[in-house]
Design a protein around this ligand. Sequence first.
Ligand code: 9MR
Length: 339
Amino acid sequence: MKLIVLLLGLSTIANAQNLLKDAIAFRLGASVNPRLLSENEAYNDIAKNELTGLTAENHMKMMLIHPAADRFDFVKGDEIVAFAAATGKRMHGHTLVWHNQVPQWMKDFQGDQKAWEDLLKNHIQTVVEHYKGKVAGWDVVNESFIDDGSLRPSLWADHIPDYIAKSFQWAHEADPKATLFYNDYGQDGHPKKMQAILNLVADLKSRQIPIHGLGLQMHINVDSKRTEIENVIAQSVQTGLAVHFSELDVAVNPKNNPEFVYDEKASAAQMELFKLLFKTYQSIPAKQQYGITFWNISDKDSWLRGYFKRPKEFPLLFDDNYNKKPAYSELINLLNKLN
Ligand code: 9MR
């Protein structure tokens, strides 16, 4: 009897060590595409078994969720939310205000400042209320600063003074329990952009505007500088806000070399960066660990291939056949050593 209990215990430990999500105490997420979730069994299995959090890669963005002034389309977002609920995952919302993927009717909109504010407030509050209690946190504002630290010119910056603060306020009114993030990329290597984000946090806090987290997208590559990455994580942690690695991928072929071969050397360089990120994330205070989210599931599904027409790119933890890559078990080994 004792032996059986012991064996059962050991097998539980062995199973626990098989899955990356079980080697960490924070959420492990990925962005997903509803078509792949319903059509691709391997994709669906990984989403179901390997993850504890989900983000919609595209379907909660303005262009898809608010296709006409008087019409919201929640169908695909709802599908992902239903999958998350059925499989016990936390849902993260992406994104309420962005300069990209804006529907044509918004680009064509004419009106004074009040009319623009009504438009944006209505957008934010309708979406947040629809998902109230189902989406735990929101990327309220996405990518508002450019590399030199200045405010990115956009529809929102052009028409609504102080639009970032107003957006956080409106989102908070619609769901006071949601964790509200400012999300951006490329903080490493762009200290002025990072400083602009820190200034934004200080400014919002001083005005009691509800901001609860910083999303570091972490679209990095094998040439990214370790110290710069460590610095921006440390600076983000110092704000006291929750920190989310919100769109992680590590590109191995950033220069888009058509002859690129994903050999052991490239895979090892990539693995080092994955390890650095997980190790550093593991060391931040638990209450600030919102989680690590990969930007989609397998290499084949990555935006980097389509967006940059870069077929030889392999930025994630699962290969084209949905098998775990060597970095997956390396990460588990590293994390088990740290635990
Ligand atoms: O992965 C998304 C891709 O499918 C879209 O075509 C693209 C449109 O710009 O947006 C991608 O996701 C972006 C995310 O929403 C915000 N940060 C950068 C991501 C990669 O471009």
